[in-house]
Design a protein around this ligand. Structure first.
Ligand code: CP3
Length: 359
């Protein structure tokens, strides 16, 4: 069956902004836009056995991908899946502990275990993800582009070595300072797996790619370069950049990575995602027109009053300023405690205020 073909997009603002081309208003999507703050998500999740069953069912994954787009005029869809699908497919035994987040039954902490990790073929080992991408592309019918994603090698490694979420990353950082070659071996294997996984998503229909480096910001500057950014750069160099007649843009998001925006911009990516701790305007001055910027409203603003939301949307737009190359987003994933009506205030305000930044 052919995948959706050399498609015209009804709304290409997101891709245009990533290419730093003119747009009529600032495009927007939200990290973790499908999720527990939406009652309809909770209902669909109750139909699946658990979160991973939801990811493995293409029809249900498609349904929850589209749910936020039915409520809000967002300019991109993001594949409903998780960054931990790769270690799960490698056999680490992913499970979720209520209230504590993801865990692995078999963390990897020594060289022999890392050497024995299987080499994945994403098309087959993660075929459920590719099925979801194809199903979502079909259902979107060209309304907005579909973003595919992966975790960065460093961020995946933190979960694989720590065995779950961590406060101080003592186990993996201990490995970094005791056995750097062992950690480099793990990161090399992950960089290959991520490259193959993202290329399979692109071939299946993903029209842009975001790499989530959620934990790069816990590293020192030289360690960030050597243990996170170098591997993301390797991935950027290995990705399909032209598919179905279109450039495939890549967004690199390092949480707490604002101090490294120049280095990240030099990776060959199309855009740098920023959290709220960096001023967009100063980041823009530092990268010039090398890349687009994505971000960066603090997601907790959406727990505040409508007036606070409106004023932070305005402040964020003013911080970037006039002209091309801004994709509006939150600085990290939306909180599960967000009242859905506050998202409407956010998106409506953006639609009202952002056109003046493009005249
Ligand atoms: O953005 C989207 O809407 C697409 C879906 C998406 C999910 N996870 C769905 C999800 C994306 C892009 C992710 C990425 C992800 N997963 C990251 C990187 C982004 C970030 O937030 O920094 C990370 C670190 C993970 C690992 C992970 N998976 C965590 C920390 C959790 C939350 C655990 C919890 O109980 O809070 C998950 C599970 C998860 N992934 C949920 C969703 C909607 C919640 C599962 C549920 O329904 O209970």
């Amino acid at each position: 069956m052919p995948t959706s073909s050399a498609s015209t997009l009804k709304n290409d603002r997101f891709l245009r902004a990533l290419a730093r081309q003119p747009v009529d208003r600032t495009p927007v999507w939200m990290m973790r836009q499908a999720g527990r703050y939406l009652p309809e998500y909770l209902q669909t999740r109750a139909e699946a056995r658990d979160f991973m069953s939801l990811c493995r069912n293409a029809e249900l994954a498609c349904e929850v991908t589209l749910q936020p787009l039915r409520r809000y005029a967002l300019d991109a869809a993001i594949l409903f899946s998780d960054i931990l699908t790769i270690p799960d497919a490698m056999g680490l035994g992913l499970h979720f502990v209520a209230g504590e987040g993801p865990r692995f039954h078999h963390p990897v902490r020594d060289r022999a275990t890392i050497e024995a990790l299987p080499v994945l073929t994403a098309e087959t080992d993660l075929d459920y993800v590719m099925n979801a991408v194809r199903t979502i592309r079909g259902a979107l019918n060209g309304d907005v582009p579909l973003i595919g994603f992966s975790g960065s090698p460093w961020t995946l490694a933190t979960y694989m070595v720590e065995g779950g979420p961590s406060k101080d990353f003592g186990i993996i950082k201990g490995m970094l300072y005791r056995e750097p070659d062992t950690l480099h071996l793990l990161l090399s294997k992950l960089a290959e797996a991520v490259t193959d996984y993202l290329n399979a998503q692109i071939r299946s229909g993903a029209q842009a790619i975001q790499i989530f480096d959620t934990w790069g910001g816990v590293l020192t500057t030289p360690a960030y370069q050597a243990f996170s950014l170098d591997y993301m750069t390797r991935i950027v160099n290995g990705l399909i950049r032209e598919h179905d007649g279109r450039h495939i843009p890549i967004v690199l998001f390092t949480k707490n990575g604002g101090q490294w925006v120049e280095q990240i911009a030099a990776s060959g990516c199309d855009a740098v995602g920023l959290d709220w701790t960096t001023e967009l305007g100063s980041a823009r001055a530092r990268v010039g027109d090398q890349v687009a910027l994505q971000g960066n409203m603090d997601p907790t603003v959406l727990l505040g009053s409508p007036d606070a939301i409106r004023s932070e949307v305005k402040r964020t737009l003013e911080s970037f300023g006039h002209g091309q190359g801004h994709v509006f987003n939150l600085g990290h994933g939306i909180s599960q405690h967000t009242p859905p009506e506050n998202v409407s205030v956010f998106i409506d305000t953006l639609h009202e205020l952002s056109p003046q930044f493009h005249r």
